[in-house]
Design a protein around this ligand. Structure first.
Ligand SMILES: Cc1cc2nc3c(=O)[nH]c(=O)nc-3n(C[C@H](O)[C@H](O)[C@H](O)COP(=O)(O)O)c2cc1C
Length: 205
């Protein structure tokens, strides 16, 4: 039993494969472990871009914040609380212009918070959200796990870095690749993802 947070972020709605497979993982974990689930759809409800009110607000004592600062910090605090409450995080991301959807970047800009989700240790920054399991589903039109385009995967590597920076280092990655390379490529990408997810869920049971 545990609590799962499902975060989806693709702006492609019902066509999104990262959303489809992130859903499948979250539902599979729930079915196997009987835990609870919170769904955060960043495409439907994108966090705002961060502002001066947020940046100033988070270094200002709560009692001294302006109303605007307090409101901006509350957005981040709610997202962090949701993240802290989760034992398992399932994150779906579909490549947009070689990186992550801007909705997901805005979410990271809120939850990557000094002294709240990362601190500064003797040897440098130290993630504070430890002890959680993450399943990361990254979809992309091209193939980036190997070959000529591998150096241009600014999605999966960046996401792994951002997650690790806040302490989320236990990450299983499911890649759904080649989704714009024709029907056969999509079929293969879906079959590969299904196989990978089946194996991961068997381990989660
Ligand atoms: C606006 C836009 C930009 C995209 N940029 C890229 C890109 O830079 N590289 C790539 O390989 N695929 C790109 N794609 C294709 C998507 O990565 C692909 O459709 C993927 O399946 C999206 O994830 P999703 O299925 O979860 O929505 C782009 C798609 C859209 C709609």
């Amino acid at each position: 039993m545990g609590h799962t947070l499902l975060i989806t972020s693709s702006p492609r709605g019902a066509d999104s494969l990262s959303t489809r497979f992130a859903n499948e993982i979250a539902e599979g974990i729930q079915a196997r472990t009987g835990g609870t689930l919170t769904v955060r759809d960043l495409a439907a409800n994108p966090p705002p871009h961060i502002t001066a009110a947020y940046i100033q607000g988070r270094i200002t004592a709560p009692e001294d914040r302006t109303l605007e600062q307090a409101e901006a910090v509350k957005v981040a605090q709610d997202l962090v609380d949701e993240l802290k409450a989760a034992d398992v995080i399932v994150l779906g991301s579909g490549m947009i212009n070689f990186g992550l959807p801007s909705q997901l970047k805005a979410w990271f800009d809120h939850v990557t918070w000094p002294r709240v989700t990362f601190g500064y240790g003797d040897t440098g920054p130290k993630g504070l959200l430890t002890g959680k399991k993450v399943y990361l589903v990254t979809a992309a039109g091209g193939v980036f796990s190997e070959g000529a385009w591998a150096p241009f995967d600014f999605q999966t590597h960046y996401l792994l870095h951002l997650l690790g920076f806040i302490g989320l280092t236990d990450v299983e990655v499911v890649r759904v690749e080649g989704t714009v390379l024709g029907a056969d490529a999509v079929k293969a990408a879906i079959a590969n993802a299904e196989t990978a997810i089946e194996a991961l869920l068997a381990k989660a049971a």
